[in-house]
Design a protein around this ligand. Structure first.
Ligand SMILES: *[C@@H]1O[C@H](CO)[C@@H](O)[C@H](O)[C@H]1NC(C)=O
Ligand SMILES: *[C@@H]1O[C@H](CO)[C@@H](O)[C@H](O)[C@H]1NC(C)=O
Ligand SMILES: *[C@@H]1O[C@H](CO)[C@@H](O)[C@H](O)[C@H]1NC(C)=O
Ligand SMILES: *[C@@H]1O[C@H](CO)[C@@H](O)[C@H](O)[C@H]1NC(C)=O
Ligand SMILES: *[C@@H]1O[C@H](CO)[C@@H](O)[C@H](O)[C@H]1NC(C)=O
Ligand SMILES: *[C@@H]1O[C@H](CO)[C@@H](O)[C@H](O)[C@H]1NC(C)=O
Ligand SMILES: *[C@@H]1O[C@H](CO)[C@@H](O)[C@H](O)[C@H]1NC(C)=O
Length: 498
């Protein structure tokens, strides 16, 4: 729809499975883990592409044949049919939109001019078969098109109802061709052709707009669902209440519940309030800590937080300069012919807590360093780590910045010697290595992984402009402007329409 273009982002925001759709928005906030706000300037950017979608709707529409009959004085009954209706020389002016608070979106496309051509068949009375005539015609039209999509909390997702679709013809000039008796015929058929062409065009265009909206909705739903599901872990982004439309923005409210194996997380005390978001950027995503906590717990339970680093990379990592002295067994491990391998994993459910300082992540990391022998590690260590992480995004890549708050060595052993390490200098070396080598390494693995997910899921469909990630008490806001490159839209329409 014209709104598709809108809807492309909208539905991304809005899609979800709905079990309960609360009427009272204020109480729905408490169950809301994620919010998406699309402001008026964003809608304006999307609206610039509306004409492309309308053009696609006109060109892609197929116009069915129509039949009728008419009484024509002394001739008796005239039977006629309209077929091969086609569209030529389509030109579309500009579209305008408005956000109608509490109601929906108003979209107006003025001055669509198009030539329709077709064939008229007619015959008299019962001799139709014998005296049927064919005659080509053309109609020059100028049309104003209006669509007023309503967004609602529907069956299994937020739906856009585009049934309020109308076409006004403010020019309709009919030309009949190649006929011997055009004057009386023209009089006879003008009303019929006018009425029929208007009806067919309106019906087909509105149908096509609906169809395009469905295709886009499906595409976006699949994308959103895929993005949020990985293996046994998925996130329910169903909406908690119907979207809010104000004069300045459209906002949707989502559950954000993690499903893993047989359990689903719950959010019932969310801190969301609309005044936590401003209106001067194009697009806002609000995420509660309550979304991330069960998500990282599930990732931990699913064994996702494991990292095996092999020989060359271990050696490279340990080139990082540390102020503490390397214990001798480490030195030996890093030179030929030793072939070191470092295995690190999360050994307790990690948790997080966002404040204005960043998102503070607390984890327990356990590691083993193998130095040749595959049976028994040379070093075993267990550490508790708290790191404040802030995120930024630039050049289509996510960056995580970690600021270690507290890193403590819980336990360290030399298993081959069946010996606990108590020596403070050695403990300090492990602590420093975790802080200066381990934390940056883990964050860089996460950066790559998240960036890959975003790419795969079409984050690159938009040019994200000047994004910011804000860390607040208990939630994170990602806010950005965006551009919508013309060629991407054209590609998308081509792909979806054929
Ligand atoms: C479409 O426009 C071209 C050039 O303006 C004109 O030659 C052609 O006849 C038009 N086609 C129809 C079907 O009116
Ligand atoms: C409609 O389009 C025609 C031709 O493209 C142009 O001459 C006319 O000024 C336009 N009218 C409006 C109201 O935009
Ligand atoms: C999930 O639930 C089903 C049926 O309630 C049960 O058979 C299955 O063992 C459960 N799986 C897990 C991993 O708990
Ligand atoms: C509210 O959510 C918490 C987890 O965040 C859960 O333990 C608790 O049972 C929930 N309460 C209700 C009434 O659902
Ligand atoms: C790391 O290595 C261990 C032992 O070979 C293996 O069991 C584990 O699956 C590996 N983990 C990853 C993430 O490759
Ligand atoms: C989370 O951070 C806030 C503010 O920094 C603090 O008051 C609170 O105790 C922290 N909660 C946890 C579970 O760490
Ligand atoms: C380390 O973390 C674990 C679990 O997160 C906790 O039970 C333990 O008390 C912590 N140990 C130290 C020394 O901080």
């Amino acid at each position: 729809m014209p709104a598709d273009i809108f809807l492309r982002l909208l539905i991304l925001c809005l899609y979800g499975t709905i079990h309960g759709c609360l009427q009272d928005r204020a109480s729905a906030y408490k169950y809301t883990g994620a919010v998406c706000r699309l402001t008026h300037p964003a809608a304006a950017v999307l609206n610039e592409k509306t004409t492309k979608v309308i053009e696609a709707a006109f060109q892609h529409a197929r116009y069915p044949s129509m039949k009728g009959e008419k009484s024509a004085g002394f001739l008796g009954k005239v039977l006629y049919g309209l077929e091969n209706l086609e569209i030529f020389n389509l030109s579309i002016g500009q579209s305008e939109f408005e956000l109608r608070p509490g109601e929906g979106i108003g979209l107006q496309i003025n001055n669509v001019s198009a030539v329709f051509s077709g064939t008229l068949q007619y015959g008299y009375g019962s001799w139709l078969v014998n005296v049927a005539q064919r005659l080509d015609f053309e109609v020059e039209t100028q049309i104003d098109l209006g669509i007023n999509p309503k967004l609602y909390c529907g069956n299994s997702k937020v739906a856009a109802d585009t049934s309020d679709c109308y076409l006004n013809f403010h020019k309709f000039r009919l030309y009949l061709q190649g006929d011997k008796e055009p004057n009386w015929l023209k009089r006879l058929f003008t009303d019929f052709i006018t009425f029929t062409v208007k009806l067919v065009v309106k019906g087909q265009i509105c149908k096509e707009i609906n169809k395009l909206a469905d295709i886009l909705a499906e595409f976006i739903q699949d994308t959103a669902a895929e993005f949020l599901s990985d293996g046994a872990i998925s996130v329910d982004i169903g909406v908690t209440t119907s979207p809010l439309i104000t004069a300045n923005y459209i906002e949707s409210y989502h559950k954000g519940l993690t499903k893993y194996l047989n359990s689903t997380s719950s959010i019932n005390n969310s801190v969301f309030h609309p005044n936590q978001l401003t209106e001067n950027r194009m697009l806002y995503f609000w995420f509660s800590d309550d979304i991330f906590k069960p998500l990282i717990a599930a990732a931990h339970q699913d064994g996702r937080f494991q990292l095996n680093i092999s020989s060359e990379e271990v050696k490279t990592l340990f080139k990082t300069s540390l102020s503490s002295v390397k214990p001798e067994y480490i030195e030996r491990c890093l030179v030929e012919p030793a072939s070191p391998e470092l295995r690190v994993w999360s050994s307790a459910v990690p948790t997080l807590n966002t404040s204005t300082m960043g998102t503070s992540i607390t984890a327990q990391a356990t590691g083993q360093l193998y130095c040749g022998s595959q049976n028994e590690p040379t070093l075993f260590f267990q550490t508790n780590v708290t790191v404040d992480v802030t995120a930024s995004y630039a050049e289509k890549k996510l960056f995580l910045h970690g600021k270690p708050q507290e890193i403590s060595v819980v336990r360290a052993e030399l298993p081959q010697e069946n010996q606990q390490i108590y020596d403070e200098a050695q403990i300090e070396f492990i602590r420093e290595a975790v802080e200066k080598i381990g934390v940056p390494k883990v964050l860089s693995v996460l950066e790559v992984e998240i960036t890959r997910l975003m790419d795969k899921q079409g984050a690159s469909l938009f040019d994200i402009i000047n994004p910011e990630v804000l860390h607040k008490e208990g939630y994170v806001v990602a806010q950005m402007d965006f551009g919508f490159p013309h060629h991407l839209l054209v590609d998308f329409l081509k792909r979806t329409l054929q």
